[in-house]
Design a protein around this ligand. Structure first.
Ligand SMILES: Cc1ncc(COP(=O)(O)O)c(C=O)c1O
Length: 363
């Protein structure tokens, strides 16, 4: 069998006709920045997430950075704010803090995500918190309750959790003070290029973020704050509008696949996530943990099964973050050393899932 980790072309082929129409619409509209498609996507995404505002951006990193810049501009965060971040994340979360002129304060995770236990000793020392819904799994509601009790603004890096719902049905995007999404092509809701958005219930934060994302402009030739240029392309907005109606169904299929893996994979050297991982999750990534990662990946590759790693080197061990290289986060380091992502996408057939399970069980 040939089972790629993520067959992007096949996934996007489901939208060929709609996308071709979108291209024609945008080309003929004569409006290539902003315009109806961008506004419509923002409206639909806000409605989907259950928030008042979506501000679209050029990518997910910018969405996170702009949230921090906007809250600094509003006086809700100080210059050089210290921002708590889970060490186990994609480097973009760390970079957003740097880009906003602030300082990342990494903490280790429990299992795979930030918990109250991880926060407790550091909360007094920081000005804000970024939770990360890594692999699509929502950070627990108790983390938000704790941040609220401590009166610390908490934001969410929701780049991997489009559509996930918490225990009372609130969707990713509507849980934190503001949340940042990426529409990078591999995401559960992915564009045909870069794209991002932030969501929030807060009118002032939304207005400031919108201004920040557009050069800090208050009118065509007036700028009251120093902003950036980060805009969602109308073509990408149109492609995202085409994909939104399938998101829930796609996520359901991802969860079914994850359940099959969870129930059927049995191997002493392949560690599965805990059962709790299966709920409140958009299942962007299904991770397993193996000490002999390269060997395991090669074995699966020989069987025709593509895998991935999210991620091999944590931010605090990267050259780019020399100032953090002396820190040690044992759980994060274990995850980075052993994680292997199995194929988990909506087009994977039952037969393919069973073949993957079989191969792993015979490893
Ligand atoms: C957890 C996380 N945060 C942030 C980002 C940044 O998104 P983008 O690549 O759209 O800038 C990504 C995706 O790449 C991500 O996975």
């Amino acid at each position: 069998m040939n089972i790629p980790y993520l067959p992007l072309q096949q996934l996007n082929a489901r939208f060929t006709q709609a996308d071709q129409q979108s291209f024609t619409d945008v080309q003929q509209s004569g409006r290539y920045i902003g315009g109806d498609k961008v506004l419509l996507f923002e409206e639909r995404f806000a409605q989907y997430c259950g928030v008042k505002h979506t501000v679209s951006t050029g990518n997910g990193l910018d969405a996170l950075t702009i949230i921090l810049l906007a809250d600094k501009q509003l006086g809700n965060l100080p210059e050089n704010a210290k921002v708590l971040v889970p060490a186990h994340t994609y480097i973009a979360t760390f970079l957003s803090i740097i880009n906003a002129g602030m300082q990342p304060v990494p903490v280790d995770v429990t299992d795979m995500l930030l918990t109250v236990e991880n926060l407790r000793s550091q909360t007094l020392k920081v000005d804000a918190i970024i939770a990360v819904d890594l692999y699509g799994k929502l950070v627990g509601d108790d983390v938000y309750a704790f941040a609220k009790a401590e009166q610390k603004p908490i934001y969410c890096d929701s780049a991997q959790s489009h559509g996930a719902q918490n225990s009372v049905g609130i969707r990713s995007g509507a849980i934190a003070r503001a949340s940042a999404f990426s529409f990078y092509p591999t995401k559960n809701l992915g564009a045909l290029g870069d794209g991002g958005a932030l969501t929030t219930m807060d009118d002032n934060l939304a207005a400031m973020a919108r201004k920040m994302a557009n050069y800090g402009r208050s009118s065509q030739f007036e700028n009251d704050v120093k902003g950036v240029n980060s805009r969602l392309d109308p073509l990408q907005a149109a492609f995202l509008i085409n994909r939104m109606p399938l998101l829930d169904e796609d996520n359901k299929r991802r969860i079914q696949i994850a359940k099959s893996y969870f129930e059927k994979i049995r191997h002493d050297h392949v560690v599965l996530p805990k059962a709790a991982f299966l709920s409140h999750n958009a299942m962007h990534v299904f991770p397993v943990f193996v000490n002999d990662r390269a060997h395991f990946q090669n074995y699966l590759a020989e069987k025709g099964i593509g895998t991935n790693v999210h991620y091999p080197v944590p931010a605090h061990q990267q050259k780019a973050f020399k100032e953090l290289n002396d820190l040690s986060f044992p759980q994060t380091e274990y995850l980075h050393r052993t994680e292997v992502s199995l194929p988990c996408h909506p087009l994977l057939t039952e037969k393919e899932v069973l073949f993957i399970v079989d191969c792993i069980n015979n490893y």
